[in-house]
Design a protein around this ligand. Structure first.
Ligand code: KG4
Ligand code: ZN
Length: 340
């Protein structure tokens, strides 16, 4: 049987603990502090950290019960070491270190961003060598050349201001659609006309950086448009905004993949759950002769399984475990899939 890897994820507002055997998920227990955060319209770091402390042991117990194992059966521990909320990450890293020490098992501190890419393995099998990934989440929007998701990830471009998910959340708030904004805009846009308003496409001029993104101008454009058109149709604004984001995200990612000679594009991160981004990228990949891999929406948004996927791959590839000095790094760079 493949080694049993127990993972812990606590980078934001969900405490995730699970168990994987190779690429087979045996348990995926999640406790969320979202209900406590909703009234603030966003994640309050201190509330998230305290909720992690309270949820950690019960969630661990639930994961073991779901997988039908005891902690002694575990072969390795993987934990999200960053990036994320510092206080929230510390809780997961401390729990993982304590477990690894007590059980005398190797500890792998993994990168949340690489995990968003690695998760696709759970659905579509091993990643091909030399692929390009579009990572679009609440905090990041990057195009990555992924030679080896456990060791060799190189950014080709990234947002110079807001992340795509952040733009969705902020525009949803302007439209009174609630938090998190991405799914709300996705839903509202279904009844709207995506060509109703020609919102700007950031950094798409001939002299602009080819693989970088900018969403702050778009956000401001929506704000101005709403101020000038108080009776605007919410579905039309949602659909037109969503079209502008999906258009630039997919155009640049497909272009990057073609330019570096990759044959596979992977989408990852919460925004990859967006229905329009998925459809438009599929169309463009087909035209460009690229293979597109997109995990199901539940694997795109933050989930523990992604940490498991990357942790299990670290074990399978015989990577050196992290040392006992492993700490949480709230701004862990994307080029570091495993913290040494
Ligand atoms: O990857 P993720 O779950 O957490 C981070 O690591 O940030 O991404 C969360 C972001 C949020 O900004 C949320 O609004 C966005 O992903 N999101 C979506 C959709 N579902 C989640 N954005 C657009 N369309 C969606 N369907
Ligand atoms: Zn994420």
């Amino acid at each position: 049987m493949s080694p049993l890897v127990l993972w812990i994820e606590s980078s934001c507002d969900e405490t995730g603990v699970g168990i994987v055997s190779g690429t087979t998920l045996l348990a995926d227990a999640v406790a969320s502090s979202v209900p406590e955060q909703v009234r603030f319209g966003g994640v309050v770091p201190e509330i998230a950290s305290r909720a992690h402390v309270e949820a950690m042991v019960p969630t661990l117990q639930r994961a073991c019960a779901d997988a039908g194992i005891t902690l002694r059966d575990v072969d390795a521990i993987a934990v999200t070491a960053g990036p994320g909320l510092a206080g929230a990450l510390v809780v997961g890293v401390a729990a993982a270190k304590g477990l690894a020490l007590a059980l005398d098992k190797p500890l792998y501190g993994v990168n949340h961003l690489s995990a968003h890419v690695a998760v696709d393995q759970l659905q579509h099998g091993p990643l091909p060598e030399g692929c390009v990934a579009l990572l679009a989440s609440g905090g990041h929007s990057s195009i990555l050349r992924v030679a080896d998701v456990t060791a060799d990830v190189e950014p080709l471009g990234a947002t110079i201001d807001d992340a795509a998910g952040e733009a969705f959340d902020k525009v949803a708030r302007m439209l009174g659609l609630g938090f998190p904004g991405g799914p709300a805009i996705d839903l509202a846009a279904r009844d709207g006309d995506a060509s109703a308003i020609a919102f700007p496409r950031g950094l798409t001029g001939p002299r602009d950086s080819k693989y970088d993104y900018s969403f702050s101008g778009l956000k401001t454009a929506v704000k101005r448009w709403l101020a000038a058109n108080p009776g605007a149709s919410v579905p039309d604004v949602a659909a037109s905004f969503q079209e502008a984001v999906a258009d630039v995200l997919s155009a640049k990612a497909v272009a990057a993949c073609v330019d570096v000679g990759g044959d596979t594009l992977i989408l990852g991160g919460g925004v990859a759950a967006n229905s329009r981004l998925r459809a438009l990228t599929a169309e463009r990949c087909e035209k460009a002769g690229l293979q597109l891999r997109v995990p199901r929406p539940g694997l795109c948004t933050d989930n523990g399984a992604m940490v498991a996927a990357l942790g299990a791959e670290m074990v399978a590839r015989g990577r050196q475990p992290s040392g006992w000095l492993l700490g949480a790094d709230s701004s862990l760079p994307v080029v570091e899939p495993l913290v040494g």
